[in-house]
Design a protein around this ligand. Structure first.
Ligand SMILES: [Zn+2]
Length: 543
């Protein structure tokens, strides 16, 4: 990095987190060989925190700061580089220099001769960013890559596909992506804010799922084993739609705490439920709105989204507003046992969005309507919103619903989801299948079967087993794999378990009751009233 200082005291810092991914990543852990030069001489500076440095200069000659980044993590929020390919998230790589945040930045690349580079910034040899935020919001992909174009309501977007699936790319990929993006525009009732500058990057990998939204694009990771079947392809299109909708909700319509981003510390916001929950709710609907799916599939996807909320006890312990505020230390650091005491603001946020949408439709409005109003007031103007702003918008339609929303946000386990399902002529069909349920989750580590989760009230809890215990044998027979638990621990019988805790062998008795399978599915209610059926048809329109 080079710049001409205007003051003797210079301070610079590497972001400790990547916007869109709300946890401290300490990107500085991958940085080494930091060197500052002035008039071709290295000069000494001091570290003032884990991720920031400072110097008091003798002169105001131009400065050059150089450093290396270990780029080994192929995620959408970190940096990766190998001899064939680079994927860089600049929030993990570029220093913010005090006093220069809101000034233009220029970026150049030195690439192998047969490589090209793709990023949503203007330029060819030299790329221009309006300010530091604009720069670090531009994902960089380089290698021997070819991009394609697709259009959305007269806007031309770039598509960069990386890593072809073994069965080839879906034949209608480009057309289907266009349709989902158009459906998103219909939901928001306007053209995409990124206009002609949107760049969608799809990294197709053996394993992986996720995305990161940017003002002018998105980077997705998806698994090639999933994209081959209908459901996997539909979920892929939902992910495309999810990130596309983030152009509005999250990037430009932001919780007030994120205008501007503070890259130096965790920034707590309860608005994450709205940012991710509303987006997750609508991403389920976008393949249907795009004409690429049907109502039955939507009900299946909504069931899959809602089911874990009922199957796990987390939402009885953590409210939705707390889940948002605690994202930094909980959701992004989740373990298998987190499901017992925490709830995802994506999932519960989507459930609240569903309830809001239905209840708003009962009073002749819709959640899409509220979202568009908030966008006009707090998104286009970049003012950011608070809970009060969301409630005020809903109160214009229904004071009672605005008050109720506060309870849904702050009280664990309060959402009236069963009632809402019935209000639109749907019902939960519970499976009666019998299964055994030990209430245990295990992982195999170096051939050792270790417990990673013990559910409350389960057979395993009653037997006194805890997270970290190594399961050795059942009925005197060695346990090697998770499947052995099913084979060696029959239902409705007391079984002797040998386990190891803190290096010492111990025994306990485990009694596994057979229980009804908890799985359920949303279906049409055959006894729904005429009014409920009418509401159901309206609800399926979404927009
Ligand atoms: Zn998202």
């Amino acid at each position: 990095m080079t710049w001409t200082p205007t003051m003797r005291c210079q301070r610079w810092a590497l972001p400790i987190w990547t916007p869109g991914s709300y946890t401290v990543r300490d990107h500085a852990q991958y940085l080494h060989s930091l060197n500052l030069q002035q008039t071709n001489q290295s000069i000494a500076f001091k570290r003032v925190s884990a991720s920031s440095w400072q110097i008091d200069l003798d002169s105001l000659e131009r400065l050059t700061l150089s450093y290396c980044i270990e780029a080994r993590q192929l995620t959408v929020r970190t940096c990766y580089l190998d001899p064939d390919f680079a994927s860089l998230c600049l929030a993990a790589a570029v220093m913010e220099v005090d006093g220069y945040r809101w000034m233009p930045h220029w970026l150049t690349f030195s690439l192998p001769v047969d490589w090209n580079v793709h990023l949503p910034l203007e330029g060819s040899d030299r790329y221009w960013a309006e300010d530091f935020d604009h720069l670090v919001d531009a994902p960089v992909h380089a290698g021997r890559l070819e991009s394609q174009e697709f259009s959305v309501n007269k806007n031309t977007h770039q598509l960069l596909c990386i890593g072809e699936p073994p069965g080839g790319w879906p034949v209608n990929l480009l057309a289907d992506i266009s349709s989902v993006c158009r459906a998103t525009c219909s939901l928001m009732n306007e053209s995409p804010p990124a206009a002609n500058h949107y760049q969608l990057v799809i990294q197709m990998l053996e394993k992986g799922y996720g995305g990161l939204e940017h003002d002018f694009g998105a980077v997705l990771q998806y698994s090639w084993t999933s994209i081959g079947d209908d459901e996997g392809y539909r979920k892929f299109l939902q992910l495309v739609g999810h990130e596309y909708l983030h152009q509005w909700n999250v990037r430009r319509l932001r919780p007030r705490e994120y205008w501007p981003y503070d890259y130096s510390q965790p920034v707590i916001s309860e608005g994450l439920w709205f940012a991710e929950g509303i987006t997750s709710y609508y991403d389920l609907t976008l393949p249907l709105l795009a004409g690429l799916s049907d109502r039955k599939s939507l009900l299946k996807d909504l069931s899959d989204e809602l089911y874990p909320l009922f199957a796990n006890q987390g939402r009885q312990f953590q409210s939705l507003s707390d889940s948002s505020r605690e994202a930094w230390v909980k959701l992004y650091k989740a373990t298998p046992s987190s499901a017992d005491t925490q709830v995802s603001y994506y999932r519960l946020g989507a459930a609240v969005a569903f309830c809001l949408d239905v209840r708003l439709r009962l009073v002749n409005s819709s959640l899409a309507n509220v979202l568009r109003q908030l966008w006009r007031k707090f998104g286009i103007t970049r003012r950011g919103y608070s809970r009060h702003d969301i409630q005020a918008e809903i109160a214009k339609i229904s004071h009672d619903l605005a008050d109720e929303l506060a309870l849904w946000l702050d009280t664990p386990g309060l959402l009236p989801i069963d009632a809402v399902i019935n209000e639109i002529g749907l019902v939960l069909e519970r499976s009666n299948e019998v299964q055994s349920d030990l209430g245990l989750t295990v992982v195999v580590n170096n051939s050792l079967v270790e417990i990673t989760r013990v559910e409350n009230g389960s057979a395993a809890r009653e037997a006194g087993l805890v997270v970290g215990d190594e399961l050795i044998a059942a009925q005197g027979f060695r346990l090697r794999k998770p499947i052995d638990l099913q084979k060696l621990i029959p239902n409705d019988r007391l079984v002797a378990i040998t386990y190891c805790r803190r290096g010492e062998l111990a025994e306990t008795n485990l009694y596994c009751h057979s229980s009804k399978k908890k799985q359920w599915q949303l279906i049409w209610d055959p006894n729904a009233s005429y009014e409920a059926k009418l509401m159901r048809d309206q609800w399926f329109e979404f927009i």
